[in-house]
Design a protein around this ligand. Sequence first.
Ligand SMILES: N[C@@H](CCC(=O)N[C@@H](CS)C(=O)NCC(=O)O)C(=O)O
Length: 207
Amino acid sequence: MLTVWGRINSINVQKVLWTLAEVGVEYRRIDAGMKFGVNDTPEYKAMNPTGLVPTIDDDGYVLWESNAIVRYLAARHAPGTLYPDELQARFRAERWMDWQATAFNTAITPIFLGLIRTPEAQRDLAAIEASRVKTEGCLAILDAELAVRPYLNGDAFTVADIPAAAGASRWYKLPVEREPRRNVERWLARLGERPGFRTHVADIALS
Ligand SMILES: N[C@@H](CCC(=O)N[C@@H](CS)C(=O)NCC(=O)O)C(=O)O
């Protein structure tokens, strides 16, 4: 059986759990990271030298890096649907995954860590504000894209939506003022019809 290591409040673990729900693969999950430890042990680092979560072991095939895991699971279990077959459609989708891992995640991480994981007296308000502004820029990009198509890759839900929606869902849970983004909000509501998104992403409180 497939094993996932990672705590459920990690956005990168959430992407993997959501994908597993989408492809209908059974798994066991081992809590790891932050208060659970595990990821700092030599055994874990032998599987994943970064010491970060998530990691999966699929019958002896070990993989880390959340978006690579999402791609692997979709390519293995949902080729042609979640993972587009057609080359240009596939890379259009993958582009959004790379964008989430680089631009969007980089923008939102300081405000998330600042407001959720840092005691009020120790917060760097300038860094939080800069992060808020950069994240609004990312939301504007998503909103423009979703104005002309229901999902990031077109008419159908694909791997393109998973990392970006995990990030957008986190944004909507942060205690900040936000610009209205009707298209992003409609997209998140549409994704809310998917049990995997609700259970593993939308319904998990920030902590
Ligand atoms: N690029 C990696 C980043 C992984 C990462 O930063 N994981 C965080 C949780 S979101 C982590 O392991 N933090 C240390 C911990 O939980 O102890 C991925 O996408 O898998």
